[in-house]
Design a protein around this ligand. Structure first.
Ligand SMILES: [Zn+2]
Length: 283
């Protein structure tokens, strides 16, 4: 049993809908965002992290990851780190993990690591914070992590490891930050994605929106979204030969058509309408 500490704050992770049916460590690029000081996170965790970093900075606390590899970790990166720390040859008195059906022993002097695919880092939801155990920084984190949708996973031995727990229910403090940083809230984060978004918006204006009003940018859509953009999506699917109705409700029928369309266009058939899927739909 872990010792009870002041920061014994462990909230279970609610999985964002965009991560359902996604292989851990194999996230599509459209789900990831570059983080200012290096590394990538799932876009929901990215907003929450950037919001928290800004809030900490205002209080004179610097928050940064221990390294760029300690945010999102690909499956391969997690595997190579795992193989550095664990071995098949038995080591007396260390902890073990099961991976690929075998028992692996933690090498002496190494810190424990989740098996590949099992870490929240593989979902882009976890961050290891540099010098998180320093009293001033830890005190600030204790007061603030939950507000930004984060909490710890292993207490008290891993003060550095936090993960975003709130899924699609973005906490108010993050929404407030996003409202002041509209660029960051864009579903198309990187420069190249924003370029695609602009092209997509233009094409949408000419192809679909007969009213002539160009949408600012199209959102990333998935089940169970509703609204004007969903209607656009359904019309575009129908035009491409994937009849999806036109009720503005991203139900299971629309999701099925999106998957079929993605498959036919050699895109990951995940039912998520991201920049690439939009671009293919409107081409
Ligand atoms: Zn970690």
């Amino acid at each position: 049993m872990n010792k009870k500490v002041e920061w014994d704050i462990i909230v279970p992770v609610k999985l964002p809908i965009s991560l359902k049916n996604v292989d851990p460590g194999k996230l599509h690029a459209s789900l990831l965002r570059d983080i200012p000081k290096g590394g990538k996170l799932h876009y929901l965790a990215a907003d929450a992290w950037n919001a928290m970093v800004d809030a900490a900075e205002k209080d004179g606390i610097e928050l940064k990851p221990t390294s760029a590899g300690d945010l999102y970790r690909s499956y391969d990166a997690q595997k190579s780190a795992f193989l550095q720390r664990y071995q098949l040859e038995a080591v007396v008195g260390t902890s073990t993990k099961t991976f690929e059906g075998k028992t692996w022993y933690l090498k002496k002097g190494m810190a424990m690591l989740a098996t590949p695919g099992k870490s929240q880092h593989n979902l882009g939801l976890a961050i290891d914070i540099h010098s998180a155990g320093e009293k001033k920084r830890l005190d600030w984190l204790i007061k603030n992590v939950v507000k930004f949708g984060f909490s710890w996973e292993v207490v008290p031995s891993e003060p550095w490891h936090i993960r975003y727990t709130e899924g699609d229910a973005v906490p108010q403090a993050v929404k407030d930050w996003v409202a002041l940083n509209p660029k960051s809230s864009s579903p198309f984060g990187s420069a190249s994605e924003q370029k695609i978004a602009a092209e997509v918006a233009q094409k949408t204006a000419s192809n679909l929106d007969k009213s002539g009003v160009a949408p600012a940018a199209l959102s990333v859509l998935s089940y169970p979204n509703k609204g004007k953009d969903v209607k656009k999506l359904q019309n575009a699917l129908t035009q491409k030969g994937f009849p999806a109705g036109s009720d503005g409700d991203f139900g299971r029928l629309t999701e099925g058509m999106v998957k079929k369309f993605q498959e036919a266009n050699h895109l990951p058939a995940n039912g998520i309408v991201d920049a690439e899927t939009w671009a293919a739909l409107l081409s």
